[in-house]
Structure formats: C-alpha cells, structure tokens
Design a protein around this ligand. Structure first.
Ligand SMILES: C[S@@+](CC[C@H](N)C(=O)[O-])C[C@H]1O[C@@H](n2cnc3c(N)ncnc32)[C@H](O)[C@@H]1O
Length: 210
C-alpha cells in the first residue's frame, strides 16, 4: 500500500479521497450513543475523522499490525482525542475470540471494516462475519467498504487491474465477489441490507442480523 509517514503517523492517501463519501453513508446508520468498532483501521486517519464527524459515539479502532496501532495512537494524540478515543485494539479477525471486554461488547452498536477483505485471505472474510455476529444484535450493522466483483455488472478496468495486481502480490488476496460475501453473510444470519455505489468503483455494503 502506498503511504507516507511523519514520525509514527502514517498517511494513506486513499483515506483523504474516500473518507467524506464513507462518512455520508455512515451518517445514516450511526446511533446517538455507544461504540463503533472499526476493524483493520490502518493508519488511524479514518478513525480520527469519523470520531470528529460523529461526536456522539466512541470510535474504537483496531489493527493487527503494531506499526498501524502506533500510527493510530499518534493520530489520536495529534488530533487531541486521547481522552475520548480508546487506544486501538490488536484484532486480527482470524484470531478468535477477539480481545473485546464484556463491557465493551455491551456498548458496541456497529462494526465497520474498510478495505480489508481484498487484502487478506478469504478465511478472513469468513471469520469477520462469524465473529461479528457475536457482538451485534438485530438493530445493529456491519458495514464493509471496498472494491467488489459483481455477477450482474461488468468489472471496471481499474478494478480488474487492481484484482490482478493483488493476486500477483499474494495469491490469497483479490477482489471478492459480492454474491459470495452475501452467502457467507447469510450463513451467519446476516441479511445484505443495502448496497451504496461509491466513487472510484467501490461499494459500501450494509449487513444486518436478520
Ligand atoms: C488496505 S489497508 C486499509 C486500512 C484502512 N481501513 C484504510 O482504508 O485506510 C488493510 C488493513 O487491513 C489490515 N488487516 C489485514 N489482515 C487483517 C486481519 N486478518 N485482521 C484484521 N485486519 C487485517 C491491515 O493491517 C491493514 O491495516
């Protein structure tokens, strides 16, 4: 992934391009209180941006990479959110159970995962749904954002090329087919509630426990 760094703070340029459109979708689902759990938070730039945009909730970031968790902490400090935002959790979606306390579990109102399922093995997508259902109830949501393949739509040239390059980098990576993700969702009791077409051929997909 393309990134720049200032001390511990990493800058992922894509976050500047997609954060407003993602926030405009999130706005429809964010409750008036509680905790939003973000998986695969990366640099932490989305986390601090969404915390600023949605001050009524607490944004709980996480990432399995220490480098990323250090960056998240540094962004939280730099933005002056240390008293509001908790430190990032070390969550690898495949390592279960996730390190989430009983107290935090009772406060989680939604789970957000941006740009992870195509840069991790398919088992991570499965684990994501299998574990998320333990923390959500029927009024709550799991949102995935990223590029997908779709049976009913021709893949854009940019997504086709991206998929090829991911597979060359790691044969277990690659864009996921929306319909296959839906199957995993259904197997775990989720409905695919809504699909939002996003800029640059990305989707935001909302799943809810049915
Ligand atoms: C392309 S980056 C996206 C980061 C951030 N969400 C964003 O959009 O800028 C992918 C992220 O997925 C995380 N990741 C990869 N495998 C993971 C796993 N098994 N569990 C949780 N996160 C994972 C990586 O550490 C990385 O931060």
């Amino acid at each position: 992934m393309e990134y720049q760094e200032v001390g511990d703070r990493l800058h992922f340029p894509a976050t500047l391009r997609n954060r407003d459109s993602i926030a405009s979708v999130l706005k429809k689902y964010i409750p008036n209180s509680g905790v939003l759990l973000e998986l695969a938070s990366g640099s932490g730039e989305h986390g601090v941006f969404f915390q600023q945009a949605f001050p009524l909730v607490i944004w709980q970031t996480s990432d399995p990479k220490l480098l990323h968790r250090k960056s998240i902490i540094s962004w939280i400090d730099q933005q002056g959110f240390s008293s509001k935002m908790p430190k990032p959790l070390d969550i690898d979606v495949e390592k279960r159970p996730w390190p989430i306390s009983t107290q935090l579990r009772s406060l989680i109102k939604g789970i957000v995962c941006i740009n992870m399922i195509h840069v991790s093995p398919w088992n991570c997508t499965k684990a994501l749904f299998e574990e998320s259902k333990r923390y959500l109830d029927q009024n709550q949501f799991l949102m995935l954002y990223g590029p997908f393949l779709r049976k009913d739509k021709q893949t854009s040239v940019s997504n086709f090329n991206f998929d090829q390059s991911l597979k060359l980098y790691n044969h277990l990576w690659g864009l996921r087919q929306l319909e296959r993700v839906k199957e995993i969702a259904l197997l775990n009791g989720f409905e695919q509630d809504k699909i939002f077409e996003m800029p640059a051929n990305n989707l935001s997909v909302i799943y809810r426990l049915s």
